[in-house]
Design a protein around this ligand. Structure first.
Ligand code: URA
Length: 438
C-alpha cells in the first residue's frame, strides 16, 4: 500500500504509536513537498496534544537529519563537539565558548541561528563584525574549522531541510512549544553537522522558551535521551534565564562584551560561570579531560593565557573580518548615534527582571526581528545591565541605551523601567546553573 499522510495523522491524533517507516515516509513527503502544508500542520497539532514516545522522537529526529546532507569530519584529528543553547537574552556564550573549546583541543563547527522573537541570535551578533562571512561555502567552513579549531557560521547548504519547512509551519500554527518537536528540530540539525558529541544549554526562566524548571528539565531530559538514542553522546545543563546573562543585550554590544571577556578587560560573573561549565562539559564529552573540575581549569587557562582570544581572532580573520579584531574591537564595531543612561528613578536593590521584556525592548530598538528575514540594526541595544541583587540609588544608571534616535530612547526607557523591579532588601539570588542531565 502506498503511503497515506492522513493515516499517519489519524494514528497520532488517536494517541497511537507511529512506526519509524511511517515517520520516515511522512518526513520524506514533508521535504519533497508531496505532503501538504495542511497535513504538516495537522500532524504537528496531533503531536502537540498526544506527544511522542522516545522511540518515535528518535525516528523523527533521524528522518529529519537524513532529509539533506549529513556532514562528517574525517580530515580532523580532534574530537568534534558543539554546544546548543535553547535561547535567551544577553546569551553570547557561544562567542567565547567556541574559541575556548578550540584552544583546549576540540574542533567546533558551530552552526548557529538568527534571533527570532525576544531572543538574540549568534549569527546576527557575528554579522556585526565588518566583513565577517557568516555563510561561507563548505570548503571555507571546513578550512576554518581545521585551522582555527572553530567556525561560527549560519546554516549552509542543505542541512536538515525538513526542519526549515516544518519549523515555518509550526511557527504559524501555534505548535512550536512541543517537547518532541523542539527536540527533533534542534537535534536533527546538530546530527547533520556530524558532531561526535553535543552539550546543551537549556535555558529556564522568564526570558526562555521554558519558563519553569519542570518544563526545562522535561526538555533537557528529552534532548539528552533522544540524542543518545540517535547515537550522539550528549549532556545538558539547565541554566537560569530570569535575568539577562551578559550585561549587554543586542548585537554589536554583545560582541563587544565577548571581546572584553576574551581579552580579560571585563567578565560578567554569571556569564563566566556558565561559559566555564559548558566548556568543561564539552571537554569531558570530547575525552580531553577526565573530570569537570580538571576541564574547568583547562578552560580558564585558555582564557587567561590568551589562547582562546587568539582562536577567536583567527576565526574572524579567516572568515573575512578584520585581521586583528580583538586588538581594537571598538574601532571596528558600528556605534549607535545616541547612547543614553536609563536611571533607576528609585532606591533599592534590583529584585527581578521581566527578561523577555528586556529582549523585546532590544527588538523594538531594531536589534531583533519581528518576522524571519527582517533586517536587524547591529548597532543598537543595551549595555551595563545590572545583575539581580545590585544596590541602586535614584540616579544610578540601570542600563545604557544604544539607539538610533531620542524617540527610541524614550520608548526603551519606559520598557526598561517596567521590566525591572526593585525591592527594599537584597533578596536571594538564584544560582545560574540549575541542574545537569546526562
Ligand atoms: N529551536 C529550534 O531550532 N527548533 C525549535 O523547534 C525550537 C527552538
Amino acid at each position: 500500500m502506498s503511503f497515506l499522510p492522513q493515516e499517519i495523522i489519524r494514528t497520532k491524533r488517536d494517541g497511537g504509536e507511529l512506526d519509524p517507516a511511517g515517520i520516515a515516509a511522512f518526513i520524506q513527503g514533508l521535504t519533497d513537498g508531496s505532503v501538504s502544508e495542511g497535513q504538516v500542520a495537522a500532524f504537528a497539532m496531533a503531536v502537540f496534544f498526544r506527544g511522542m514516545s522516545r522511540k518515535e522522537a528518535v525516528a523523527l529526529t533521524l528522518s529529519m537529519r537524513d532529509s539533506g546532507e549529513v556532514l562528517s569530519w574525517p580530515e580532523l584529528d580532534r574530537p568534534v563537539v558543539d554546544k546548543h543553547s535553547t535561547g535567551g537574552v544577553g546569551d553570547n556564550v557561544s562567542l567565547m565558548l567556541a574559541p575556548i573549546a578550540a584552544a583546549c583541543g576540540l574542533a567546533v563547527p558551530m552552526i548557529s541561528g538568527r534571533g527570532l522573537g525576544h531572543t538574540g541570535g549568534t549569527l546576527d551578533k557575528m554579522e556585526s563584525i565588518p566583513g565577517y562571512t557568516a555563510m561561507p561555502d563548505n570548503a571555507l567552513f571546513r578550512k576554518v574549522v581545521g585551522s582555527s579549531g572553530c567556525a561560527i557560521i549560519g546554516q549552509t547548504g542543505n542541512l536538515a531541510p525538513a526542519d526549515k519547512r516544518f519549523y515555518g509551519i509550526r511557527d504559524v500554527t501555534a505548535t512550536v512549544e512541543s517537547v518532541p518537536l523542539i527536540t527533533a528540530s534542534i537535534l536533527s540539525k546538530k546530527l547533520a553537522a556530524g558532531l561526535g558529541a553535543l552539550v546543551l544549554d537549556v535555558k529556564c526562566g522568564n526570558g526562555a522558551f521554558m519558563d519553569n524548571p519542570d518544563r526545562a528539565n522535561e526538555l533537557a531530559r528529552s534532548l539528552v535521551e533522544v540524542a543518545v538514542g540517535a547515537g550522539m553522546p550528549t549532556t545538558a545543563l539547565v541554566t537560569d534565564m530570569n535575568q539577562p546573562l551578559a550585561s549587554a543585550a543586542g548585537n554589536a554590544v554583545e560582541v563587544m562584551n565577548a571581546a572584553d571577556f576574551l581579552t580579560g578587560k571585563a567578565r560578567d560573573s554569571r556569564l563566566l560561570e556558565v561559559t566555564l561549565a559548558l566548556a568543561a562539559e564539552m571537554l569531558v564529552s570530547g575525552g580531553l579531560a577526565a573530570t569537570v573540575e580538571e576541564a574547568k581549569k583547562h578552560a580558564l587557562a585558555a582564557l587567561e593565557n590568551g589562547s582562546a582570544a587568539e582562536r577567536f581572532n583567527r576565526m574572524v580573520a579567516e572568515l573575512g573580518g578584520p585581521k586583528d579584531f580583538l586588538a581594537d574591537p571598538d574601532r571596528h564595531l558600528e556605534k549607535a548615534p545616541v547612547v543614553s543612561a536609563c536611571l533607576a528613578g528609585e532606591q533599592g536593590y534590583v529584585a527581578d527582571y521581566d527578561t523577555r521584556a528586556i529582549g523585546l525592548s532590544v527588538v523594538a530598538l531594531g536589534g531583533g526581528r519581528i518576522r524571519p528575514g527582517d533586517p536587524v540594526d547591529h548597532a543598537v541595544g543595551l549595555t551595563q545591565l545590572l545583575p539581580v541583587g545590585t544596590r541602586v540609588e535614584k540616579d544610578t544608571p540601570i542600563a545604557m541605551i544604544h539607539a538610533r534616535n531620542a524617540d527610541q530612547v524614550a520608548v526603551a526607557e519606559k520598557e526598561l523601567r517596567k521590566a525591572i523591579r526593585f525591592a527594599d532588601t537584597a533578596g536571594e539570588v538564584a544560582p545560574v546553573i540549575l541542574g545537569r542531565h546526562g
